[in-house]
Design a protein around this ligand. Structure first.
Ligand code: SF4
Length: 364
């Protein structure tokens, strides 16, 4: 069975969406709704070579997510295909309403489709308003029938509360199980907090009725600043698909370009100390093991659901791969190496912090 060697968080700078969800964190970014397609600097073939198994040292979990609806991104199917052909596992984030592109993807070779998993964002109120609920459900089944994986995730937003009963009934009928829940977050707040007007007690009481292991894990780490040594930067990278700009995680200490000079090896180096207020996407980053031995929760288990008919949302290959952890294929650093990295970065942060303060003073 394949084991995960690295995580690639592949962002796609594209700002077109057919939905307008009240809780969308993308609305907090300046790129939102600019109606722009990415300007790719490199072909799909070049990107696949830059992220070859040889260069990454093994098989990667690649999460592809645009700043708008991913399936509306020009040529996204071509890049996804090239990366699947390279042997990686792709998790594709989508609202699942752009059927022609989806159908094109599902016509690929069965062996490739086994490595493809769709994170189906179940935007119930927009789907209902636009009369697209049946299209969404049909597309979920289209994915399963083609031999790929589909998991359904809903955002527990305050405006959805009056519709909970119908969401549950629809999900049981169409997906054989209740959707998993994510956490709506407020990226405008300094600490990236919960996006809800409810007290945390009420929030828990209302949404725990979905019994989502994904949400339980996400909630258990949400808001906790990570102090442990994190291997993002070595075992995980964040990459911009349009140009190859890359770095350790969402916030970068040592940015570099991964698509230029692809004959040279990648210089992987762990971030050590996290730069984020908390690991808000730790449902994948932490369950897959960016911080080793932190949790026994496994990504495949919390993404999956067993349907009422006994079938599962994730295909066996994807489930097994998602249940592997980075520490199984990577060597941990010695304590002295960790200390050196932490000391270097402490110095680096102090120098950069001072330079920024001086710059702002001079600018005033
Ligand atoms: S703790 Fe999470 S957010 Fe922070 S660097 Fe590691 S993986 Fe990234």
């Amino acid at each position: 069975m394949d084991k995960i060697k690295r995580i690639i968080l592949m962002s796609v700078p594209m700002s077109i969406c057919n939905f307008r969800c009240s809780y969308c964190y993308l609305t907090h970014r300046k790129e939102y709704y600019q109606n722009k397609q990415p300007q790719y600097r490199y072909s799909p073939e070049h990107v696949a070579k830059a992220l070859s198994k040889e260069r990454l040292g093994g098989i990667a979990y690649i999460n592809i997510c645009a700043d708008g609806e991913t399936l509306l991104t020009r040529d996204i199917d071509k890049y996804t295909y090239a990366l699947l052909k390279e042997g990686h596992y792709i998790e594709f984030v989508t609202n699942l309403t752009i059927t022609p592109v989806l159908k094109r993807m599902l016509s690929w070779d069965k062996e490739l489709l086994k490595h493809l998993s769709f994170k189906c964002s179940f935007h119930y109120l927009q789907l209902k308003q636009k009369n697209l609920l049946n299209i969404f459900a049909e597309n979920v089944h289209r994915i399963w029938d083609a031999g790929s994986s589909a998991n359904i995730e809903i955002t527990p937003s305050d405006d959805l509360i009056p519709y909970i009963d119908e969401v549950k009934a629809f999900s049981m009928k169409q997906f054989g199980a209740l959707p998993h829940l994510t956490i709506a977050r407020n990226d405008k707040t300094k600490n990236i907090e919960f996006l809800t007007n409810l007290s945390i007690e009420d929030y828990h009481k209302i949404w725990s009725q979905f019994d989502s292991s994904f949400w339980y894990f996400k909630k258990s780490i949400f808001g906790c600043q990570r102090k442990e040594f994190c291997y993002a930067g070595d075992w995980a990278l964040q990459v911009d698909l349009s140009n190859g700009n890359a770095g350790e995680c969402y916030r970068k200490r040592h940015p570099f370009n991964i698509f230029k000079n692809i004959d040279k090896p990648i210089s992987f180096k762990a971030i050590g100390r996290c730069l984020e207020p908390h690991c808000y996407n730790g449902h994948a980053l932490l369950s897959l093991g960016c911080i080793p031995h932190l949790t026994d929760v496994r990504y495949g288990d919390i993404r999956n659901r067993v349907r009422a008919d006994g079938g599962e949302w994730l295909q066996p290959e994807v489930k097994s791969f998602f249940n592997s952890t980075l520490v199984e294929s990577n060597e941990e650093y010695s304590e002295s190496k960790k200390k050196i990295i932490l000391a270097e970065d402490c110095l680096y942060d102090a120098v950069v912090g001072s330079a920024k303060r001086i710059y702002h003073l001079v600018k005033k």
